[in-house]
Structure formats: C-alpha cells, structure tokens
Ligand binder design. Structure first.
Ligand SMILES: *[C@@H]1O[C@H](CO)[C@@H](O)[C@H](O)[C@H]1NC(C)=O
Ligand SMILES: *[C@@H]1O[C@H](CO)[C@@H](O)[C@H](O)[C@H]1NC(C)=O
Length: 204
C-alpha cells in the first residue's frame, strides 16, 4: 500500500510539459551561459543590466544581463535567478507584474552594423498573465534596433527559468554583451500540485 502510494506520487510529479522559448537570433555572438530556474515559485518580475549610451566614439554594448525574481520582486528574500552577466553597465529599475507572472518576452535587437559599432540586444519587454493580451512591461534598456518576434509560453504556462548568450569582453574590439535569451516555461499551476507530495519526492 505504501509502495503504491509512493509510485503514484512520483508519476504525478514527473509528468511535466515544460518548454523553452528562445529569441530568434538576429545576432549570434557569444556563449550560452548557465541555465537557472526558480527553485520555488515562478518569475514575477525582472531587472536589466544596461550600459548607458556612450556617444559616437564609444564602444556601446546596450543590455548586459537579465535578472528574474521568483516571487514578489519587492518582497524581502525573494529568490533571484540570472545567467551570464556581461561586464558592462549598471542594474536598472525593478519591474513587477506581481501578483501576476511573466509569460512571454520580446527583444529589441540591433542587427549587424558592419564596420560600425555593434550592440546586439538593447532592451526587452515582458508579457504578464495579469496584463491584457498585447500589453507588456518594457525595460529601461537602450533604444537601438528593432523589436523582434514575441515569444510566448503556452496559455497554461509561465516563465520559470533563464539562460542568456553573452559575448565575453572583447578588449579593444567591438563588444556587444547580451545577444540572445532562452526562457523556460512551466505549467501553471503545476498539474495536481500538492506541496506535501513534492516534499516526499525530494526526501526519496
Ligand atoms: C531548456 O533549456 C535548458 C538549458 O539549455 C535545458 O537544460 C532543458 O533541458 C531545456 N528543456 C526543454 C524542455 O527543452
Ligand atoms: C496533499 O497530500 C496530503 C498527504 O498525502 C493529503 O492529505 C492532502 O489531502 C493532499 N491535498 C490535496 C489538495 O490534494
């Protein structure tokens, strides 16, 4: 009887249909960093690291990193996840869709500039479960480039993980920092979610 119960718990927990959504690679410089996903909860806010515009004789990089908040961004102790952080810029404003969840994104990317200064990704918009369909939170990145295709989780999913492709510091050569983004979408709420079941599986 106990064994049967344990088996049931395991099979429920392993049935997941997570998907990854990825930015269409308008630029493709750099290395994919580590993948991180929320240990508990799901993404409810974000923060961008952006290098401010340095003028025509400066090697601009635009966006350098993205943080996701696994819970209320303005609540003390909320877990933050990120992937590779580019070397340049400062962390900007914190954007929240709490009590809603992030469920899609769109990048603003400057395409290849030839011998001119490349910046790759400059800004990001996130879509939220509690905003009307075509509404979004737009980050405080730079204005270069064009908004690309929107990437959406399925309607029953929300964003739960992140991985970024960032060009390492090029020294005297043209730096672009962040180029592409992968977001993991998880079923929400998880099928047959029962916090005591999850605890049992972790112990096992
Ligand atoms: C999503 O991407 C991460 C990191 O690249 C990978 O480990 C994971 O297996 C992917 N998940 C799916 C469902 O493809
Ligand atoms: C969750 O699991 C516990 C222990 O197995 C059970 O007593 C409880 O009724 C379950 N809760 C729900 C909402 O299914």
């Amino acid at each position: 009887m106990f064994k049967l119960a344990t088996f049931t718990v395991l099979s429920v927990t392993l049935v997941t249909a997570n998907i990854n959504i990825t930015s269409p690679p308008i630029t493709n410089w750099g290395v994919w960093g580590r993948f991180q996903h929320c240990p508990l909860g799901y993404a409810q806010g974000f923060q961008l690291k952006t290098e401010s515009y340095g003028g025509s004789f400066f090697d601009d990089t635009g966006m350098n990193a993205i943080k996701l908040f696994c819970g209320d961004p303005f609540s003390f102790g909320t877990t933050v996840i990120t992937s590779t952080e580019g070397d340049f810029g400062e962390w900007g404003n914190v954007y929240s869709c709490y009590p809603g969840y992030l469920n899609g994104f769109q990048l603003k990317v400057e395409e290849y500039q030839g011998s001119s200064d490349d910046t790759a990704t400059n800004n990001v918009r996130f879509y939220c479960t509690n905003l009307a369909d075509n509404n979004y939170l737009e980050g405080d990145g730079l204005g270069f480039g064009d908004w690309g295709q929107v990437q959406h989780c399925y309607s029953n999913q929300v964003i739960s993980g992140i991985q970024t492709q960032v060009e390492p510091n090029q020294g005297d050569d043209d730096d672009t920092a962040l180029n592409n983004v992968l977001m993991e979408c998880s079923d929400f709420p998880p099928k047959d979610y029962n916090s005591s079941d999850i605890t049992k599986v972790q112990i096992k």
